[in-house]
Design a protein around this ligand. Structure first.
Ligand code: GLC
Length: 553
């Protein structure tokens, strides 16, 4: 018997059903020609995003930053870094996006600042126990002379989470905590002054007109009382997705902060929204992030991390709809972002690849690109038929693979340096986009400069080439987004169907959706009228690594 999954009572809020396109500003489009993308570059390309058919864009950080972690190390939360432009450029980009009906979400990085933030610089100069130090997490070291870090926590980027300071007189001083790089000291969120500062930062951007925030490391902001030692399992995902009871991930205290922010956003008109980056072990726990009065959305990382396996995929979709529906929130769906291997490569990996590992010249189990692209297109075809809100990551609409051959000397991810090259990190999904096959830097700019080298085969993925090819990934995405909008697939309910153990199959009204994750074709039967095929095939047998939307006469 068909099982009906009810989607959470759909309100009219845009974020319940939106397709949100992530822009990684340094790699999107470069108007200045210095090799790093910028805000005027985004403004110049908004027509392309409008033509693609997305509802909103989310911009990774463009605030003032020494760029030690590609902008996720903010030195001034209320200004634009000169490499990306000015506040006036931001206002122009926002106005132009809104004029096209595209909402704009910005990245908020509240777990940590840059070590160049004025508060951290003041803290370094101030004495232990001072109010300046109380904005961050400073502690005395362990051992006789305080030579040992205060606990054993391991940084997401490799190495320890503590760095020792030097006193003004040159003697070794206290230690400070950083879940990420030493240049990213963690704030102490038990401090009311920190809370008040972030309320003011939220208002700064809300007053400018942003539609919401993607909240960076939302699951890390509160640490367990007493900072107890913790040793992760050897093969752990670095962002903590797989484990329970980690003293720096998913602590209950974070919910107070979200409730506070929810109230603040509700003072503004226009359904402003919060989307949390929370890598948590279960969907049930993830759903706690989006209870009424907390965040509006959270990323569905269990979905992203699901391998190309029909049973697992059916399970995670079912569990997502149940868990999020259970608290009245939309489920979200995401396959790629700036921290994971691009899904057109990831879905064809044949060896384990924990988050943060990346793929480089010496990686085991490298993906077959043809299979990867077929699976990537099928996965997106399935995802965009699901009820709820979907996130796309720039370049996936071109079917871009992970860049797997970046020469070592170009690598920039702190993960690569902190692990002495043991983990390639995330540069492979961050390479600047190809816009036109014949232009310098494939049209990323007009000078040919590019902060990471673009693979030669990317000419074939350039937007102008794909525009002209009816069967391209770009035109597939356009068809999917147009049909999704037309049919209102972001809302409503899903009815499971049975197309065999290798399939994920469901119905949305009269639209049938089937993906074949197995190795043999699946016969769909008679009277099939195809609406969309993830790659062109004839007849009614759905090939392996393919998905289709169809109706039955
Ligand atoms: C988030 C970002 C990632 C960054 C980290 C530290 O996970 O997505 O890119 O490195 O936070 O801010």
């Amino acid at each position: 018997m068909a099982q009906v999954e009810q989607f959470a009572a759909p309100g009219s809020e845009w974020w319940r059903t939106a397709v949100i396109y992530q822009i990684y500003p340094r790699s999107f489009a470069d108007a200045s020609g210095d090799g790093i993308g910028d805000l005027p570059g985004i403004t110049a390309r908004l027509d392309d995003l409008h033509a693609l058919g997305v509802d909103a864009i989310w911009l990774s950080p463009f605030m003032t930053s020494p760029q030690k972690d590609a902008g996720y190390d903010v030195a001034d939360y209320r200004d634009v870094d000169p490499i990306f432009g000015t506040l006036a450029d931001f206002d122009e980009m926002l106005a132009q996006a809104h004029a096209r009906g595209i909402r704009v979400i910005v990245d908020l990085v509240p777990n940590h600042s840059s070590d160049q933030h004025v508060w951290f610089q003041q803290a370094l100069k101030a004495a232990p126990g001072s109010p300046e130090r109380a904005r961050y997490i400073f502690r005395d070291g362990r051992g006789e002379n305080g030579d040992l870090p205060p606990n054993n926590w391991e940084s997401v980027f490799g190495g320890g989470q503590w760095t020792r300071t030097t006193n003004p007189d040159g003697t070794p001083g206290q230690w400070y905590l950083h879940i990420f790089d030493p240049t990213q000291p963690d704030f102490d969120w038990t401090n009311e002054e920190v809370r008040e500062e972030f309320r003011s930062i939220l208002r700064f951007w809300l007053d400018r007109g942003v539609d919401g925030f993607r909240v960076d490391v939302a699951h890390g902001m509160v640490k367990a009382e007493g900072l107890p030692d913790y040793t992760p399992p050897i093969e752990a995902d670095s962002m903590g997705g797989g484990e329970e009871n980690v003293p720096y991930w998913g602590q209950d205290g974070v919910h107070d902060i979200y409730r506070d922010w929810h109230k603040l956003l509700a003072e503004y008109d226009g359904d402003r929204a919060l989307c949390g980056e929370a890598w948590l072990p279960t969907l049930a726990k993830t759903a706690l992030w989006v209870r009424p009065g907390e965040m509006h959305q959270t990323f569905n990382f269990p979905y992203l991390m699901t391998a190309w396996d029909a049973e697992a995929l059916r399970g995670v979709i079912r569990d997502s709809l149940d868990a999020f529906g259970g608290v009245g929130a939309p489920s979200t769906w995401v396959l790629s972002n700036h921290d994971v291997v691009r899904h057109a490569s990831r879905l064809a990996l044949t060896a384990d690849n924990p988050q943060g590992e990346g793929i480089g010249p010496l990686s085991p189990g490298k993906p077959d690109q043809t299979i990867g692209l077929a699976r990537g297109r099928a996965a997106t075809t399935l995802m965009l038929a699901l009820p709820g809100s979907s996130y796309l990551y720039q370049g996936e609409e071109l079917g871009l693979p992970e860049a797997m051959e970046i020469p070592d000397e170009f690598r920039q991810d702190p993960t690569w340096f902190r692990t002495n090259g043991e983990r390639y990190g995330r540069d492979g999904c961050r390479v600047p986009l190809p816009w036109s096959a014949e232009a310098p830097a494939y049209g990323f700019n007009t000078t040919g400069a590019s902060w990471l080298p673009q693979p030669a085969e990317w000419a074939g993925f350039a937007r102008d080439v794909e525009e002209a090819d009816a069967e391209s990934t770009l035109n597939l995405y356009k068809r999917l987004l147009a049909e999704r909008r037309e049919r209102g697939l972001g809302g409503g309910s899903l009815v499971w169907e049975d197309a065999g153990s290798d399939a994920v199959a469901f119905r949305r009204g009269d639209l049938h959706v089937v993906a074949n994750l197995g190795e043999t074709p699946i016969e769909l039967g008679g009277n099939v009228s195809f609406v969309i095929q993830s790659q062109r095939f004839s007849g009614t047998a759905l090939p392996p690594n393919t998905a289709a939307w169809f109706t039955r006469a």
